[in-house]
Design a protein around this ligand. Structure first.
Ligand SMILES: NC(=O)c1ccc[n+]([C@@H]2O[C@H](COP(=O)([O-])OP(=O)(O)OC[C@H]3O[C@@H](n4cnc5c(N)ncnc54)[C@H](OP(=O)(O)O)[C@@H]3O)[C@@H](O)[C@H]2O)c1
Length: 303
């Protein structure tokens, strides 16, 4: 275990900045860190965000800032021992200023990346994966020695199906490659383990965080149906139709193009690993468990 004592031998409560703290993953990370007694700074973009206070956890402070605003990030990084870093943008160029601030503040950095990175490739298969590869390189080149957690598809992405499931029993969308869908709570537990050094001396990664089984979208929708007591079906739509629907929903064109490219180019092979268990001490949960635990968000189980 790392030495967590302060200069006088008193226990040191680490201060950890959690980026993306309003998101599916970041809020799980922030909640767990607070529960472990860490001082948590939750980075939020707007003063309007009240979700940290609603959790009522002591030791969680809300800091307002944007990952692309260096002065705000400099202030957010003050006094921070470690950072849980996500980069949700479609372009890595604005990250250069953030990386410079990180290099100056020199906290430990845990970066949430993607299992879709191909370490052998010169260019990655789609723009979103390329951004993660660029981020890993930027952080490494700055001498930050980030601990990289590469995540497979988060189970929480299924929340995006809720509007369709309120209207009927069919989920339609692009039929992206089979992936080892991972419960975001397992990713959060793994992130907390490395942020707090609970797993003792670890290799420097990257860790590949996956669920225990490889699933198609149709598999996921069927498992969600089992949890809800409904016969749900997945209907694949062609990339062009998916594109026009997402644009009609008002999604930004650049995001739409990145998502369509991801659906077309993601490698067909996916694999499971035991890295969640290595980091958390217990095996990764199934998507069936996630679906049962989140049934209420989809209108609850019938029958
Ligand atoms: N989803 C996956 O399958 C997957 C797989 C591998 C890796 N990842 C990585 O994991 C990250 C987190 O996933 P998630 O599902 O938790 O995402 P999410 O629910 O969409 O949350 C994104 C978070 O990023 C914040 N954010 C967006 N732009 C920002 C900016 N310019 N400055 C500061 N904060 C900003 C959002 O804040 P607001 O509330 O203000 O919008 C939100 O808190 C993704 O961004 C991606 O990089 C995801």
């Amino acid at each position: 275990m790392p030495d967590n004592s302060g200069p006088t031998g008193s226990p040191h409560r680490p201060t950890i900045l959690v980026t993306g703290a309003t998101g599916n993953l970041g809020r799980e990370v922030a909640g767990r860190l607070s529960a472990h007694g860490a001082r948590v700074k939750r980075l939020v973009r707007g003063l309007g965000d009240q979700r940290g206070q609603r959790s009522g956890r002591p030791g969680a402070e809300r800091v307002v800032g944007d990952l692309t605003a260096p002065a705000a990030m400099r202030a957010a990084l003050r006094g921070v021992d470690a950072v849980f870093l996500i980069w949700p943008l479609l372009d890595s160029a604005p990250a250069r200023a953030l990386v410079a601030e990180l290099a100056a503040a020199a906290p430990r950095v845990v970066y949430l990346s993607s299992t879709a990175i191909d370490d052998e490739a010169v260019r990655q298969s789609d723009p979103i994966v390329q951004v993660h590869a660029d981020m890993e390189a930027l952080l490494g080149d700055a001498g930050l020695r980030p601990l990289v957690l590469r995540s497979d598809t988060l189970a929480s992405n299924a929340r995006g199906w809720a509007p369709q499931l309120r209207a009927g029993d069919v989920v339609s969308g692009p039929d992206i490659a089979r992936t080892a869908v991972v419960d975001e709570r397992d990713v959060a537990d793994a992130a907390v383990a490395v942020l707090l050094g609970h797993r003792g001396r670890l290799g420097h990664g990257p860790y590949l965080l996956t669920g225990p089984e490889i699933l198609t979208r149709a598999d996921q929708v069927a498992l969600l149906g089992t949890a809800l007591g409904r016969r749900l079906r997945f209907r694949a739509v062609a990339a062009d139709l998916a594109r026009s629907r997402m644009l009609a929903d008002g999604r930004p064109e650049r995001l739409v193009e990145a998502l369509v490219a991801a659906s077309l180019h993601r490698p067909a092979s996916s694999r499971t690993t035991d890295h969640v268990e290595r980091l958390t001490g217990r095996p990764a949960g199934t998507f069936a468990r996630w679906a049962a635990d989140h049934a209420a968000e989809f209108g609850g189980a019938r029958g």
